[in-house]
Design a protein around this ligand. Structure first.
Ligand code: TXA
Ligand code: MG
Length: 344
């Protein structure tokens, strides 16, 4: 299969994507978080093609994307608690809401669960594509299962060339990590952290719980509230090792690891924050962003893991605190490292 990459600037490319989706096919598209791989979310056979193209285990449910707030309600069985307040504050935007599904949602979308995840992306091309498709668009991140999520059309092409007919190119994604996933079944609970932080949600909900698997591997026999949490995730081919600590101390520890690994013949690179960069001397570093704003770390993480992957056996990375979007950054970074982490 030939894969075309077309700019979202050209409205004909949006129409071509919508036509593919209406016909039961696939199209990759930009959102404000990461690129998605879309199909008609009301057509079980079309949704199956997403799992096939990604090599994704089919017990991992998908998010339905809508172009307007009112299009979310028919997908749920009744009105989720706090739905209006949350949508008014955060939609369009990087917040996915989970509640009991209605009968229009096929089992292929929810992997047989009784709940469905819905979000309205804050990206004009994404909403134009969904509106032109005329259906809710089921879309996971447009990477091969297990790989870092794509934040540019080139990343999608690396993973999906020959596997899908169309990639809509809207440039780099603003946030670079996937949406916050919030379950509204029972106590509102964050299943996956994102750019909408626990602090921001608590301001609307009063209180919000965090799923225990956010910063720790699942214990033996524990079931994941969000099936996606149980899989190896965001992992480049290189091994990732994380050190969490103040800038200078982290840089000293990582420099010593770097020197040991290099002496053993490994190709090593450091993912560094701006604050620690001066402490690495002439070791090979790549800039993540600034500790003052973890949003900058989030937006570079996946792109940087992909960039360093081919040329490194080991990627050493600084970790930071979990306030604000630091939680989303650490959630993704620790998974990409298979939880190999040292706290100073
Ligand atoms: O930002 C995003 O959310 C991106 C863009 C494309 O919108 N999409 C995305 O989809 O990250 P995906 O499939 O890579 O991640 C969806 C996550 C998975 O961890 C999945 O297990 C969880 O949401 N999920 C989906 N439906 C669920 C449900 N009914 N109950 C619990 N978890 C659910
Ligand atoms: Mg994903």
């Amino acid at each position: 299969m030939q894969t075309s990459v077309l700019s979202t600037q050209d409205t004909r490319s949006i129409a071509a994507g919508a036509q593919l989706i209406r016909a039961g096919g696939l199209a990759a598209f930009p959102t404000e978080t990461v690129y998605g791989l879309g199909a008609n979310g009301l057509d079980g056979a079309a949704v199956d093609r997403i799992f096939e193209a990604k090599g994704r285990p089919n017990d991992n449910p998908l998010i339905l994307h809508v172009a307007r707030k009112e299009d979310a309600f028919p997908l749920w069985a009744g009105e989720p608690p706090f739905a209006h307040a949350l949508m008014d504050t955060f939609w369009p935007g990087p917040l996915t809401l989970i509640y009991y599904k209605s009968d229009v949602v096929p089992k292929e979308v929810t992997a047989g669960l009784s709940t469905v995840a819905v979000r309205m992306p804050d990206n004009d091309a994404a909403r134009a594509l969904i509106a032109a498709s005329g259906v809710p668009v089921a879309a996971p991140s447009a990477n091969l299962s297990g790989k870092p999520s794509p934040t540019t059309a080139q990343h999608v092409l690396q993973d999906m060339d020959g596997r899908i007919p169309l990639i809509l190119d809207g440039g780099p994604c603003r946030y670079g990590v996937e949406s916050t996933v919030l379950s509204l079944v029972g106590t509102p609970t964050i299943l996956r952290p994102g750019a909408v932080t626990p602090e921001m949600l608590a301001a609307v909900l009063g209180e919000v719980a965090l799923a225990p698997s956010i910063l720790a591997p699942l214990a033996q026999g524990e079931t994941a509230a969000s099936p996606g949490m149980k899989y190896k995730h965001y992992a480049p081919n290189a091994q990732v090792l994380v050190v969490v600590g103040e800038a200078e101390a982290a840089a000293q520890r990582l420099s010593s690891l770097y020197d040991d690994l290099t002496a053993r013949g490994k190709r090593v690179a450091v993912a560094a924050t701006a604050e620690a960069l001066p402490f690495y001397g002439d070791r090979r570093t790549a800039l993540l962003g600034t500790r003052k704003d973890p949003t900058t770390l989030c937006s570079r993480l996946f792109a940087l893991l992909r960039e360093l992957d081919g040329s490194s056996d080991v990627i050493l990375s600084e970790g930071v605190g979990t306030a604000g979007t630091g939680l989303a950054f650490m959630n993704r970074l620790l998974r990409s490292a298979g939880f190999r982490v040292e706290y100073l």
